[in-house]
Design a protein around this ligand. Structure first.
Ligand SMILES: Cc1cc2nc3c(=O)[nH]c(=O)nc-3n(C[C@H](O)[C@H](O)[C@H](O)COP(=O)(O)OP(=O)(O)OC[C@H]3O[C@@H](n4cnc5c(N)ncnc54)[C@H](O)[C@@H]3O)c2cc1C
Length: 464
């Protein structure tokens, strides 16, 4: 059995692990990273990137489909478009492949050694990796667990046959005629809307009274409206119960307690993700847990000396950029820098149609802390949004009433994901309403909606 030793060993090369390893390498830390699959983890291979590629293709297809027969107000007329999903998926796989090589190259450039295989703890300083060429033992002074998360499987709707996970949905060879989506969270709606645009008849089954239930109703209203416009049936307060005997329908208990069938050739289950805490010897090292996640402190240290944990395995929000920020911080701590988690916000984006962004506190959360001011500016009054046929939606700014410190920013609208950077920066810099209102925003852009929302909260919006 081969043996190597290093200062830092990172388990998992998702956004958390690979960023940690690259930064550690840059800082001259002797680093090894172990990955069982492809570099980039869930995010790059079966998450953020491939889903956004598919969503983009679906948007383009729908845009063109809307121009058939001169229906488009833009005056463009085309004949019926045709979608070849295998080509779309091949294009998406090409992007993923390029990024896989990019991450592998960045790790190499930073001097990080990559070991391919599944890692299992032997003890708090030793890991054994099953590689293609046999077992490899790695001893390390410090270990970072970045094992990520996996889709939750329902016992009464196990993955297989017509029942698919988000991973399977990203690799279909044909658009399902009828798609049932179990779970109306962001992953279910992003993919459900994309398939509806590509021509599938989509039904969303959500147990809670609302879809995207973690966001307030005002914010999600434009998305709900668009779901209806796309012909997506949304069953709220409804429970998926299983697969019909023939395998061609989803059994559902509706909000009023009636049993019904939703016919479907594919059933996409997106009811959440669970941390990967099994199969790598967690029992060998006996870490404290926080529910199903690994408990960490504000430096991502676990309960065992010399072991850190980052990313989805450590809790919500399970987002790539949180994992990356934790990875970068831990690398610097390992290199001897003084760092701890001091972030004011982790922006979150839903790539639904329209898109949705939140950063910082919601109006409800802010209200619980004291008196607040809210400024909301609708895209219906924004010139750029009008030129993009994207008038539905708004930017909303939430600030303390006394000193105008901005506590939260939300937006819903076409393309607002790109505003997440401005929102995050404003919160991180401790901006007041006057700072945003006093910043010249380029015209005509949707960003002006941000400035106008701050002006509105101050009582003197200009364009409304
Ligand atoms: C469909 C979908 C869309 C998403 N969209 C977004 C989005 O738009 N924005 C966003 O921020 N987030 C999005 N996410 C979530 C995002 O993918 C995760 O938050 C992110 O990947 C977490 O990073 P991580 O490094 O913690 O773990 P992961 O990315 O899950 O990576 C963990 C890696 O560890 C490896 N591994 C695990 N155990 C071992 C072991 N014992 N030995 C060796 N290797 C091991 C795995 O193979 C995996 O590659 C999406 C997720 C899905 C499923």
């Amino acid at each position: 059995m081969k043996e190597i030793s290093c200062k830092l060993l990172v388990i998992g090369a998702g956004p958390g692990g690979y960023v940690c390893a690259i930064r550690a390498g840059q800082l001259g830390v002797d680093t090894v990273i172990v990955e069982a699959g492809k570099p980039g983890g869930t995010c790059l291979n079966v998450g953020c990137i491939p889903s956004k590629a598919l969503i983009h293709a679906a948007e383009e297809f729908e845009k063109v489909a809307h121009m058939v027969g001169g229906k488009s107000p833009l005056g463009i007329s085309v004949s019926a478009p045709v979608l070849d999903l295998t080509k779309t998926v091949a294009w998406k796989d090409g992007i993923v492949g390029r990024l896989n090589s990019g991450v592998a190259g960045l790790l190499k450039k930073a001097g990080v050694k990559t070991v391919h295989g599944w890692a299992t703890f032997r003890d708090g300083k030793t890991v054994e990796v099953e590689t293609e060429t046999g077992s490899q033992v790695i001893r390390a002074e410090t270990i970072v667990i970045a094992t990520g998360s996996a889709p939750v499987e329902l016992s009464f709707l196990p993955f297989g046959g017509p029942v698919i996970s988000s991973t399977d949905a990203l690799a279909l060879s044909a658009v399902p005629k009828k798609l049932a989506v179990v779970g109306g969270g962001y992953i279910g709606l992003e993919l459900g809307m994309a398939f509806a645009k590509m021509g599938a008849e989509v039904t969303v089954v959500e147990a809670l009274p609302r879809v995207l239930a973690q966001y307030d109703a005002e914010l999600t209203r434009p998305v709900v409206k668009r779901l209806a416009a796309l012909g997506i049936e949304v069953m709220t307060g409804a429970k998926a119960k299983g697969l019909s005997t023939k395998g061609d329908a989803l059994l559902v208990e509706t909000a009023d307690g009636k049993n019904t069938k939703v016919s479907a050739d594919k059933i996409l289950v997106t009811v959440g993700r669970k941390p990967v805490t099994e199969g790598w010897g967690l029992d060998q090292i006996d870490l404290d847990m926080a529910g199903k996640f690994i408990r960490i402190d504000d430096q991502c240290r676990t309960s065992m000396r010399g072991i850190f944990a980052i990313g989805d395995v450590t809790g919500e929000p399970m987002l790539a950029h949180r994992a990356m920020a934790q990875g970068e911080m831990v690398a610097e701590i390992v290199a001897g820098h003084k760092r701890s988690w001091d972030k004011r916000s982790i922006p979150a984006v839903c790539f639904t149609d329209p898109e949705l962004v939140t950063a910082g506190l919601s109006p409800e959360e802010a209200k619980a802390q004291g008196e607040i001011k809210i400024g909301l500016f609708p895209f219906a009054a924004n010139g750029r949004a009008m030129t993009k046929l994207g008038e539905d939606g708004f930017v909303r700014v939430v600030a303390r009433a006394d000193n105008h410190l901005v506590l939260g920013i939300q937006a819903v609208g076409q393309g607002v994901s790109e505003l997440a950077a401005a929102f995050g920066l404003a919160l991180e810099m401790g901006a007041r309403l006057e700072d945003i209102a006093g910043t010249i925003h380029a015209h005509p852009t949707q960003g002006e909606g941000f400035q106008e929302a701050a002006l509105k909260a101050l009582g003197h919006a200009l364009h409304i």
